[in-house]
Design a protein around this ligand. Structure first.
Ligand code: DI6
Ligand code: FE
Length: 402
């Protein structure tokens, strides 16, 4: 007789445990112990047990969705800028004129930890209502030690209070703060000599990210950031090739980055480098859509090279005010040409890998976290097919059922 904490039955599962297919298990059962999947398979094969059984009453169970790239903690909003862009102003022109990211920096610096917590909590609850059980949150709107750390303390607290799996990323190299105008190297000194060491010491960051772009930092500057991260045993990731090709993804691959994100302007050479390094390509169709971009990321080539593709929200106040990861799955299919299977892989097994959690999250598999969602659908492809709506029937995080 097996002893489990609880057993779930009454559903079909898309286990997402291989690269090739959904890993369908019809009429499945999942047994959970200590927050981990202790057994999964067809219900008829379930070992004899004495645990409480919860019948989910139909639908499909997938791994809980993983949003591996967000900027959920920030002050204020940028709806004014949205209106300006609708009038024809470009994202880059607004940034150069002191708006854009820097305006969110002012609002974030002026916000208390409680205020940031309150506004980010609502956004995270929206993502969770649409199936997210694991989320990454970046800093990057503080741009000094105290405010960058404030952002990640809020993120950590959100993880605890909402019982979501939380990964935090130091994105101090996101934009040049106004007080360093004209001296971006001096700001990179601050990032490398002060902000990253302090965050590493405080255990506030699980990874280090940067924005490698004409309106942000150069490849050489980002390389200094990566070297610092490495010296503190923190894995790296990068915003690269969103608006132009600077070769950031090649640098990311050189530093064995967990992921390189955006990639609309990715060169073939850098795609090959990512494949060799095992760096995940995180595609962000929400930012592409909101900025009305036209250059598509080289999906076919990434597929051909076997680069794992993750899909994320990029939830941020400027280029992607996104509150639904499922909507991003849909856009990844419609705008970028992913299949619904690839989109689901992108928010489960590959999203996990982009966070360094590929060994424990994003698949329904023995020994993996019991984070899963039961969806009110007849087929997994419906997760991409429906835009909006309430498809989540039930959710379990670390086996805790709601
Ligand atoms: N790329 C993005 O998509 C966000 N940051 C970045 O480096 C945008 C951030 C913002 O506009 O506030
Ligand atoms: Fe981003």
């Amino acid at each position: 007789m097996q002893t489990y904490d609880r057993v779930f039955t009454g559903f079909h599962a898309a286990a997402m445990a291989t690269n090739e297919d959904y890993g369908v298990i019809e009429n499945a059962a999942i047994a959970v112990s200590n927050g981990v999947i202790a057994w999964i398979g067809p219900a008829v094969d379930l070992p004899q047990h004495s645990a409480k059984v919860i019948d989910l009453g139909g639908g499909w169970v997938t791994p809980g969705l993983i949003d591996c790239h967000t900027h959920l903690v920030f002050g204020g909003d940028r709806s004014k800028e949205y209106e300006m862009r609708l009038q024809g102003e470009s994202y880059e022109a607004i940034a150069k004129a002191g708006g854009g990211i820097v305006s969110t920096v002012t609002d974030t610096r002026n916000a208390t930890e409680q205020e940031l917590f309150g506004s980010a909590k609502k956004r995270l609850q929206a993502l969770m209502a649409d199936g997210v059980t694991c989320v990454e949150i970046k800093s990057g709107y503080g741009l000094d030690r105290a405010n960058e750390e404030k952002m990640l303390r809020v993120a950590r607290k959100l993880g605890v209070e909402l019982a979501v799996t939380m990964r935090t990323t130091c994105l101090a190299a996101h934009a040049l703060p106004p007080e360093y105008q004209g001296d971006s190297d001096a700001y990179i000194d601050l990032v490398c000599n002060d902000i990253i060491p302090s965050m590493a010491q405080a255990g506030l960051a699980d990874a280090v990210d940067g924005f490698c772009e004409g309106i942000a930092f150069s490849v050489d500057q980002i390389e200094r950031v990566f070297q610092t991260a490495q010296a503190h045993n923190l894995p790296v990731k990068l915003h690269a090739e969103q608006l132009s090709d600077l070769g950031g993804s090649g640098l990311a691959a050189k530093y064995n980055a967990l992921s390189s994100d955006h990639l609309e302007y990715l060169s073939d050479e850098d795609a090959v480098a990512m494949a060799k390094a095992g760096t995940v390509a995180v595609i962000l169709p929400g930012a592409f859509f909101c900025l009305k971009e036209t250059k598509l990321p080289p999906i076919e080539r990434l597929r051909e090279l076997g680069v794992p593709m993750a899909v994320a929200s990029d939830a941020n106040p400027g280029s992607a005010p996104v509150l639904s990861l499922r909507l991003m799955m849909s856009m990844a299919c419609t705008l970028f040409g992913l299949t619904p299977l690839e989109a689901l892989q992108g928010v489960t097994r590959h999203g996990a890998r982009a966070l360094g959690l590929g060994h424990s999250h994003g698949q329904l598999k023995t020994g993996f976290a019991a984070d899963f969602v039961c969806w009110d659908v007849q087929k997994p492809a419906e997760l991409c097919y429906w835009l909006g709506g309430q498809l989540v029937k039930h959710r379990a995080i670390a086996g805790e059922f709601s």
